[in-house]
Design a protein around this ligand. Structure first.
Ligand SMILES: *Cc1c(COP(=O)(O)O)cnc(C)c1O
Length: 405
């Protein structure tokens, strides 16, 4: 038996939507991107959504839009995919890493302690599809003494008057916090549509814009859209529509070039239409089947897929083994691989990676992140897995544990 970790979901609807794009005569940013953005708003109830070519480029765009630059600090969890901190480095600013809680999400107490007058943004992460504690993070940025400390150095910082909450929701499209979708809990929420994520456009992402007054989310959408297109006032699709002066455009500021092509949007469009009714339900089936097996094992710590405030969108099934070392976990993974099951670890904490070690980050300062990492194995979870596949995986994991311990 060979079980891949996270193959993309490609059915006839996805193929038809892509072929329709190819045959339409328009393959880059145009009607499919617009339709995908509308579907994201329909799903999340975010006021506006802007498609981009990756989560990473979306995060860089937002940090630049907010005027984050050298000398500024952005608070991120130590336990995340490196893109969270890399986006900050790309703007010349400093990622300030804080430890996480046992549930993998950022620890609000640690966030509070890390705030200085240089803090411009907090980037919590909805790890595995489980939302972070949004109320706690929002309370921090709205706390009068913390607002007082905030020193605006750009027009948008002036306008917001406090630290921006930029949610790394790369994993959490469709997840719920207090019965509302991710996308409406932070000022800005960014989903990833990378190939392994719950909804994919092969590469891509969506920025949900949910800024408070006096921001006008429609106007900010228009500005951010220019940011995706080199600061050019007319996109290629508008120019292609013809008319006497349709060729004329202006470059109004130094933007990026990070727009999503229609041919990619088509993949995600076919998926998002059946996401909550079908694709997420299938993920839930897999998660619950794992739960019923591993809840019988006293050596297993189950990931949270639902608690009083939060419902996961089942992006990862992050199983942990109690009382196990990193070396034993690695040995388990070898055995699992030998049995044809692809598993992963989410994540190697950033302070353990060369770039961040060289910058002076030290894993010893993040004991919970290390503990989570050392005991974790992410199991395959996606709609195409049959119940028999899941049972096979469960037995392989059990066998690997018994063999190593
Ligand atoms: C996948 C991922 C990203 C990066 O997404 P891209 O679309 O590949 O740029 C960022 N953060 C987390 C937590 C991720 O898992």
């Amino acid at each position: 038996m060979k079980i891949p970790f996270s193959p993309p979901f490609v059915d006839q609807d996805v193929i038809n939507e892509v072929v329709d794009t190819l045959e339409s005569g328009w393959i880059t940013t145009g009607p499919k991107v617009k339709a995908l953005e509308e579907e994201v708003c329909k799903l999340t109830h975010a006021p506006r959504a802007l498609a981009v070519n990756s989560w990473t480029s979306g995060a860089i765009l937002i940090l630049k839009w907010f005027g984050v630059k050298e000398g500024d600090e952005v608070i991120v969890p130590a336990y995340t995919y490196s893109a969270t901190a890399l986006a900050v480095l790309h703007c010349g600013a400093t990622p300030v890493m804080v430890d996480v809680k046992d549930d993998f999400t950022i620890d609000p107490e640690k966030v509070k302690a890390a705030i200085t007058s240089k803090t411009k943004v907090i980037m919590p992460v909805d790890i595995a599809g489980l939302p972070c504690d949004y109320d706690a993070v929002n309370d921090i940025v709205n706390d009068p003494s913390i607002k007082n400390l905030f020193t605006a150095t750009s027009e948008n910082q002036e306008k917001l008057g406090r630290i921006l909450v930029l949610s790394d929701a790369a994993h959490s499209v469709g997840a719920l916090y207090k019965d509302k979708q991710t996308g409406v809990w932070a000022d800005i929420t960014i989903f990833s549509f990378h190939a392994v994520k719950n909804i994919t456009t092969s590469e891509g992402g969506a920025i949900c814009i949910n800024l408070p007054k006096p921001f006008d989310n429609d106007a900010e959408y228009a500005t951010m859209r220019l940011w995706t297109l080199n600061g050019q006032t007319k996109d290629a699709f508008t120019k292609s529509q013809g008319g006497g002066s349709s060729w004329k455009y202006d470059i109004v500021f130094q933007g990026l070039k990070v727009n999503m092509p229609d041919v990619c949007a088509a993949i995600g469009l076919a998926q998002i239409r059946k996401y909550t009714s079908q694709l997420m339900e299938e993920r839930k089936r897999v998660a619950e089947r794992y739960h019923s097996f591993f809840s019988q094992k006293n050596w297993a710590q189950l990931p949270i897929i639902k608690d009083s405030d939060r419902t996961s969108c089942y992006h990862l099934y992050a199983l942990r083994m109690n009382d196990i070392t990193e070396e034993q976990r690695d040995k388990m993974m070898e055995h699992i691989a030998d049995k044809g099951v692809s598993v992963n670890v989410h994540f190697i904490p950033m302070p353990m990676l060369t770039l961040f070690k060289d910058l002076g980050y030290n894993i010893e300062n993040y004991p919970v992140a290390y503990n989570n990492y050392s005991r974790e194995i992410s199991l395959p979870i996606y709609p195409q897995l049959t119940d028999a596949d899941v049972d096979y995986i469960c037995n392989v994991i059990e066998e690997a544990y018994q063999k190593v311990i």
